[in-house]
Design a protein around this ligand. Structure first.
Ligand code: ADP
Length: 260
């Protein structure tokens, strides 16, 4: 029997296929088109083909994420906070805090020692606290690829302060720094510090104490500059899962197995 978790986020769709022993048989991560349902279907098709599995071997499908109700072939849908908790705790049982920064939202989740959600805070209202902030500033203003931000920021000796609370105003601040001849690395390091501080402040506003171990997931966790900024501000190491975008899809697949 195969159990499927499908996480349809605002930017990417992810699928994890598990077997009876909760071993990952195959997975997929694809960038969404404007049609979220189509992206969810495509991600499932790719994962099945990678695993050499026919769709009729799937005994239960759980969808999660922002677009979880856009598809119609799932057995159930579950909120992403629960799926993040289940998936992250499965791979890192020492996890007590999850910081997840995706394409258009961010979340901080506190877990108890059994992996159950104690508290959470989420931002899906404002681009400034999400991956979108980095995407937009990097691509539109700095013309630097998102994959290069991390390495570039590590070369910074003098991170600049980006104080704007909003992506549009941050753009003006960065343009002003560029016109003063400031180094791109210092600007990028400032962007990382600003995003990291925003996400930490969001967690603190929900009385989350960032107990160890803290796990950093979501696509933005692939940015080493963001990892460094969070570690510096939290004064602790953060753990990055091997595939940081997959934790909610894994959680959904684990729930699919339990509920089938
Ligand atoms: P969602 O689940 O919200 O759809 P993801 O967790 O997949 O989003 O994260 C998408 C974000 O991850 C993008 O906005 C981008 O900023 C970031 N990202 C994706 N790949 C990389 C990479 N290789 N390096 C740095 N950041 C990345």
């Amino acid at each position: 029997m195969v159990y499927a978790g499908i996480d349809i986020g605002s930017t990417t769709s992810k699928v994890v296929l598990l077997n009876e022993d909760e071993i990952i048989l195959a997975y997929s991560i694809i960038r969404n088109s404007y049609n979220l349902a189509e992206s969810g279907r495509e991600a499932l098709k790719i994962a099945l083909s990678k695993g050499g599995l026919p769709q009729n071997e799937i005994s239960h499908i759980i969808s999660t994420g922002y677009g979880r109700r856009t598809i119609k072939f799932q057995d159930e849908s579950e909120p992403e906070i629960i799926c993040h908790a289940k998936g992250t705790f499965k791979i890192i049982p020492t996890c007590r805090t999850i910081i997840d920064i995706g394409g258009q939202d961010s979340k901080v989740i506190e877990l108890d020692e059994r992996g159950l959600v104690k508290k959470f805070q989420m931002n899906d209202k404002c681009a400034a606290g999400t991956g979108r902030y980095l995407d937009k500033l990097a691509e539109d203003i700095l013309q630097v690829g998102i994959e290069q931000l991390g390495e570039k920021s590590l070369k910074s000796d003098n991170p600049l302060v980006i104080s704007a609370q909003c992506t549009v105003f941050a753009e003006s601040e960065i343009i002003s720094y560029l016109s003063q001849g400031k180094a791109t690395e210092d600007i990028i390091a400032g962007m990382h510090n600003s995003l990291a501080k925003r996400v930490i402040d969001m967690g603190k506003s929900g009385f989350i104490k960032f107990k160890k171990d803290t796990v950093f997931s979501g696509g933005v966790a692939m940015n080493i500059g963001m990892v460094t900024a969070l570690e510096h501000l939290l004064n602790q190491k953060v753990i990055i899962p091997k595939e940081p975008q997959l934790t909610a899809a894994l959680g959904a697949a684990l729930m699919a197995k339990k509920k089938s």
